[in-house]
Design a protein around this ligand. Structure first.
Ligand SMILES: Cc1cc2nc3c(=O)[nH]c(=O)nc-3n(C[C@H](O)[C@H](O)[C@H](O)COP(=O)(O)OP(=O)(O)OC[C@H]3O[C@@H](n4cnc5c(N)ncnc54)[C@H](O)[C@@H]3O)c2cc1C
Length: 489
């Protein structure tokens, strides 16, 4: 392919960086991706230890159509390169008294499960699915990819009836409450709020599209793990002629007047470019790569402590995805959002080798445990002490459900704290998922994918538009490429 669009440097090869690289390359740009780590994928990384393959971050893949579209943009067929395994039943929620609720994309199964947990809510389930489907279609057809700098113009495309449908003024819990009487069903369906950096009592009702999207389009694991998807996206980018250089850390983005002129790498060399797209977390780009001291203060999502356990003889009897909820979710969210460790901890357990046994040696399981926790600036103590405390609490709660692991069976035992997440990938303040999705930080109010001060500087990824999560950062690549092209004309 010829290169007519000018030399572009993408800083960082996270999924957002790879996506923008593909779209810009297709549009004729010469694209060089500089990645600090030895591997691409960023948070969606890979840890290979003693025959186990652990995905470092994302473990739930939803909205597969986004990736089909990404491959189609590169004139390739997703199905030829990634084999998706369906995870159904998808997620089990467990409360301290042992009650469970299990989601499924199979309507009959889901209806039976709602009937088991709260018979009065079966009619509400059907009404919820119909309403959330309309919201979902509206969001993806008209809002998510609409790049505007002003809320009025962003919403301006909607009819009054559609505007009402978005329920942005109502809380997520309030929205779920229109359909479900049972507080626990609402807690389960609102549990994504944690990853969006707010509580279901403060995030917008529009986010009911998240549980809907999973129910309607399924929850998936690529065969070989999430990293198999990353490797396929990287392969596509390289085939299209994107140059990807790993082990190259960018130290500074350099400008000449009000225009970007390239980047300086950690070893001191200068790479000239007409355009720079930063896939490094937006507030890290502002502070560390641009040296800006007074920047917009963003509300960030919490930190996480993540464990990677290789369990000889197999994991305890949990399904692929389990979300362990506290007795009082409202209190746990309030503590977490205030920067404290909740005294009754919510956490998440994944055993991907249940779906793809190749991720662990024979008769063994790969287990991943994720616990939301304060960010680095919110905790003054020693992270080693925090890890010991959290681990004790996680293991006690697991034991209360009968899920124990003999110490000698745990042949891989790796832990990452928010400091590790920051140091490896440049996550600002150790925030795991980037800028929160509170009302003041969605749509046009989220950091723009285009720098307001420096011409030629753009952003892609979780803390910019449209938001966090694998499908969203892949879409972010498309949005940013469109912005670059619009500015070029
Ligand atoms: C523990 C965890 C669990 C998650 N679970 C899920 C899930 O189940 N499902 C889901 O959809 N999403 C999940 N997410 C969110 C998802 O991982 C992110 O939204 C997404 O991967 C972010 O991609 P990105 O391209 O924005 O950035 P990143 O993945 O952060 O990529 C940024 C890249 O920039 C590189 N970089 C940083 N600084 C420099 C520098 N100075 N020079 C050069 N390169 C640099 C980094 O090394 C990295 O490769 C999870 C995240 C975490 C942390």
């Amino acid at each position: 392919m010829s290169s007519s669009g000018g030399r572009t440097i993408v800083v960082g090869a996270g999924l957002g960086g790879l996506s923008v690289a593909i779209h810009l390359r297709r549009a004729g740009f010469e694209v060089l991706v500089l990645e600090a780590n030895e591997r691409t994928g960023g948070r969606a990384g890979l840890l290979k230890v003693n025959g186990y393959r652990f995905d470092t971050g994302p473990s739930l893949l939803n909205y597969p159509w986004v990736f089909r579209d990404l491959f189609a943009a590169g004139s390739a067929r997703f199905e030829d390169r990634v084999h998706l395994l369906r995870v159904d039943p998808s997620i089990r929620f467990v409360w301290p008294d042992g009650q469970t609720f299990t989601l499924s994309g199979d309507l009959e199964r889901l209806r039976a499960e709602v009937e088991r947990v709260s018979p009065a809510d079966v009619a509400g389930l059907m009404a919820f699915l119909a309403d959330a489907e309309a919201k979902y279609n509206l969001a993806f057809q008209k809002l998510v990819l609409r790049d505007r700098e002003c809320v009025v113009r962003w919403f301006g495309v909607l009819t009054p009836r559609e505007l009402l449908r978005t329920a942005v003024w109502r809380s997520l819990d309030g929205e779920l409450g229109r359909f479900f009487h049972c507080a626990r069903l609402r807690e389960a369906l609102g549990a994504y709020a944690m990853y969006l950096g707010g509580s279901p009592w403060e995030l917008a009702g529009l986010f009911s599209i998240l549980p809907y999207g999973e129910l309607a389009y399924g929850l998936w694991l690529p065969a070989g793990g999430i990293y198999a998807l990353v490797a396929a996206v990287e392969g596509l980018a390289r085939e299209l002629g994107v140059r990807i250089e790993t082990g190259r850390r960018v130290h500074r983005i350099r400008a000449a007047g009000d225009r970007v002129e390239g980047v300086e790498c950690a070893e001191g060399e200068f790479e000239r470019a007409e355009l720079v797209v930063s896939n490094v977390d937006v507030p890290t780009t502002w502070t560390a790569l641009l040296g800006r001291t007074s920047t917009r203060r963003l509300r960030m999502t919490p930190g996480v402590i993540t464990w990677y356990w290789g369990v000889r003889g197999g994991a305890p009897a949990v399904p692929h995805h389990t979300i362990v909820l506290p007795a009082d979710s409202r209190r746990a969210y309030a503590q977490l959002m205030a920067g404290e460790l909740p005294d009754d901890l919510p956490f998440y357990i994944s055993v991907p080798s249940r779906t793809d046994p190749s991720l662990a040696p024979p008769q063994a399981d790969a287990m991943f445990v994720l616990v939301p926790c304060p960010r680095i600036s919110q905790y003054e103590g020693d992270w080693g002490a925090m890890v010991r405390e959290v681990r004790h609490r996680v293991e006690s709660r697991m034991a209360a459900h009968g899920w124990t692991i003999r110490p000698e069976a745990r042949e891989v035992d790796v832990v990452w704290t928010p400091e590790e997440w920051r140091d490896r990938f440049g996550l600002f303040d150790g925030s795991a998922f980037g800028a929160a999705h509170t009302r003041g930080q969605i749509g046009p109010l989220r950091p723009s994918n285009c720098d307001p001060l420096l011409r030629g500087l753009y952003y892609v990824g979780a803390s910019t538009r449209p938001g966090t999560g694998l499908p969203m950062v892949a879409l972010s690549g498309l949005m940013t490429a469109r912005r670059v092209l619009a500015d070029a004309h």
